[in-house]
Write a protein that binds this ligand. Structure first.
Ligand code: NAP
Length: 279
């Protein structure tokens, strides 16, 4: 029988721990504030931003909301980011992606001070992660590590295979597993004999961005499978990069979609906001 790794429960546990910490620190006069910037009114982005603000309110972090019109220029956005960088009352800055096409996303993310980059996307934070220095870590892969640890799954010495090498998931995921003393292999679209490699994994993290891409033929009997993917299928239901029904019976533990990695991203964002203020 396999274990279902419950991201909903674990993310709630993390948020409750943070809430307790924040409540105690606020009594000592500490303040917590996250600036959340959204440009335009993309409905999916509005949902994500709404969820982040809700989590802030739950934990006791003030969210400063900047809802800018679609026509906002790059210069205006950069100016706002600079102002927030210089505002000592703001602990973290989050720019909701994607930005409208006329704005250079990379320029904006680079403009956020690394000390306030709670998403962990700035090259300084990416560099810190890769050389083992403290800094902000990309929230989704950080959430995967928490899922494993809080489910009692050891990483040290394990064969870990990451399927996907994006800057926000695959690469930081590999770095974090390495930091936890896993033996790490990263696969991508040019990898040859993919199944041979994924079938070596004790822990397989799938971030391939293709619905139900991984079936049982990719998985070693008894492996732990973490599904980072999120898609809507033809019936408008959420599914992951892993074909859960065919894969789960061959695993020792697996994350569902929804309710696996998804809720962890916001929990880790909140963690980053709180830890930042404590530095
Ligand atoms: P991405 O930027 O599209 O990256 C996908 C990766 O998969 C790339 O490295 C690509 O290789 C590799 N790949 C694509 N087709 C492949 C194939 N046939 N064989 C082997 N490798 C292949 O995606 P992402 O941003 O990392 O996101 C991955 C998934 O996670 C998506 O479903 C996304 O929606 C989801 N996601 C979830 C959360 C969350 O909060 N739960 C957060 C972020 C992302 P190349 O590099 O060679 O192109």
């Amino acid at each position: 029988m396999y274990q279902i790794i419950d991201g909903k429960r674990i993310s709630q546990e993390i948020k409750d721990e943070l809430k307790e910490k924040v409540t105690a620190l606020k009594e000592q006069g500490r303040t917590f504030a996250l600036a959340v910037i959204q440009v335009g009114d993309d409905p999916a982005s509005s949902v994500y931003v709404g969820n982040k603000k809700k989590a802030c309110a739950y934990i006791g972090i003030e969210s400063l909301s900047y809802e800018l019109p679609e026509e906002t220029t790059q210069e205006e956005l950069l100016k706002l980011v600079q102002e927030l960088n210089g505002n000592s009352a703001v602990g973290g800055i989050l720019v909701q992606l994607p930005l409208p096409e006329h704005i250079d996303e990379e320029k904006v993310l680079l403009a956020i001070s690394p000390e306030k980059d709670v998403d962990g996307f700035h090259p300084v934070n990416v560099g810190n992660l890769s050389i083992g220095r403290p800094g902000f870590v990309s929230c989704t892969p950080a959430g995967v590590i928490q899922l494993l640890k809080r489910s009692g799954i050891a990483i040290e010495g394990k064969e870990c295979v990451v399927l996907g090498r994006s800057n926000i998931v695959g690469k930081p995921m590999a770095m974090l597993l390495l930091r936890e003393n896993g033996t790490v292999t990263v696969c991508h679209s040019r990898t040859r004999n993919l199944r041979e490699i994924t079938r070596r994994a004790d822990i397989l993290v799938v971030a391939v961005g293709k619905p139900k891409f991984v079936d049982a033929s990719y998985v070693k009997e008894g492996a732990v499978v973490i599904d980072v993917g999120i898609h809507r299928n033809e019936n408008n239901r959420l599914c992951g990069d892993v074909d859960f029904d065919s894969v789960a019976p061959h695993t020792s533990a697996i994350t569902p979609v929804p309710g696996g990695v998804g809720p962890m991203t916001i929990a880790m964002l909140m963690h980053n906001c709180v830890e930042k203020t404590l530095q």
